[in-house]
Design a protein around this ligand. Sequence first.
Ligand SMILES: Cc1cc2nc3c(=O)[nH]c(=O)nc-3n(C[C@H](O)[C@H](O)[C@H](O)COP(=O)(O)OP(=O)(O)OC[C@H]3O[C@@H](n4cnc5c(N)ncnc54)[C@H](O)[C@@H]3O)c2cc1C
Length: 425
Amino acid sequence: MSDSSGAHHVVIVGAGFGGLEVAHRLAGAPVRITIVDQRNHHLFQPLLYQVATASLATSEIAWPVRHLLRNRKDVTTLLAVAVGVDSRNSKLLLADGGAVAYDTLVLATGAQHAYFGHDEWTPYAPGLKTLEDATTIRRRLLRSFERAERETDPERRAALLTFAIIGGGPTGVELAGTIAELAHGKLWKEFRYIDTRQTRVILIEAGPRILPGFAEDLSAYAHAALERLGVEIELGRPVRECTGDGVVFDHRKLSAKVILWAAGVRASSAADWLGVPADHANRIKVEPDLSAPSHPEIFVIGDTATLDGWQGKPVPGIAAAAKQQGRHVAATIRLRLRGDASPRPFRYKHSGSLAIIGERSAVIDLGRTRIRGRIAWWIWGLAHIYFLIGTRNRLTVALNWLWIYATGNRSARLITQGEQRPKLR
Ligand SMILES: Cc1cc2nc3c(=O)[nH]c(=O)nc-3n(C[C@H](O)[C@H](O)[C@H](O)COP(=O)(O)OP(=O)(O)OC[C@H]3O[C@@H](n4cnc5c(N)ncnc54)[C@H](O)[C@@H]3O)c2cc1C
């Protein structure tokens, strides 16, 4: 693809939180924009666990990128997989052999889950990053109850009703709390041979506490709140093996037919494309203005970049940071186009960390101010509804949550796209 208009061409790879923010903030600038993503939708990852646990439908947390940018005549949307950068000739390389020429390139390709060198665990312990991951987890959870209903051997039935979640960060805590509520709630009334209230939900964390990024009192609160929901928490237990039958930690084997991975992430391959230094999680060590080392015309933002900037710590891999970086890059591009090429260091402003514990409690760490319990849950809910896209989605998500809050019933308990489809006789 070549540029015939002559306008400065900004190519953005990734229509996640960072990439979309760059496109939005460049509205009205004298540029032509091409946004490339391997998926046709922008995904609101903070609510993925709700799809995985049958609270929300996929269409409530994802929107077609093309539709989101439909009124922007300056933006072209491409469904394509980026596989490299030819920085000498200023071209983004695509998996189908195509290339897109750029004047400024923004890499906002995010991260994926990582198994600390144990990729062989992937089929047994799916992580949560995409809509496909969420529906896979939902299917495994719901199928496990179905298989337990038909299982006559008590040991095998117990394994089917044992769910192990690896990783005690916000995603692990959110999954564990919601799965415990699902299993220990009204579900038992719908089964005849099993009592779903006997389901074991086990959260396994290698470190000394859950929610290590939060203040200690909030992490202790979350620990106690999860235990009240019936979650068993194993701390200081690095996982040694995941198989189709269970998890090994501390040389002890836990028989569990559903294992979920919430323990680690690794940035996209952008560092390899550019051949620039990266940290242990493959995040590019960007310059203070968010450009790639030795490539002032290439910016790297969001989960695929790292820089210090917050109380001496790296900027966290959260949506708010990716959006702030997107805003900063758009402002830099505008200034450069006006002839001001002076470096503008990015300054991160931390607005807080949130984690939800089941459908009635949450913790919010705003630094000096810390909120917990129901009030935190309401603040969390309102904040997330505010950040969803479109009035219809805000209304349906709010109604779904109120319904679950009041009745405990989840409407999205559908087993779809099975790994093993029912065979017709
Ligand atoms: C389960 C979960 C829960 C989370 N909860 C929270 C939360 O509560 N609060 C919070 O602030 N943050 C949360 N986060 C983190 C937050 O979602 C990320 O920090 C944020 O999405 C990072 O934005 P990004 O633009 O860097 O990447 P992403 O939003 O991940 O976007 C990357 C985009 O790049 C595309 N892409 C990747 N590689 C290629 C390629 N080779 N070619 C083309 N396109 C490509 C992807 O398809 C994707 O659309 C959560 C994340 C997860 C997974």
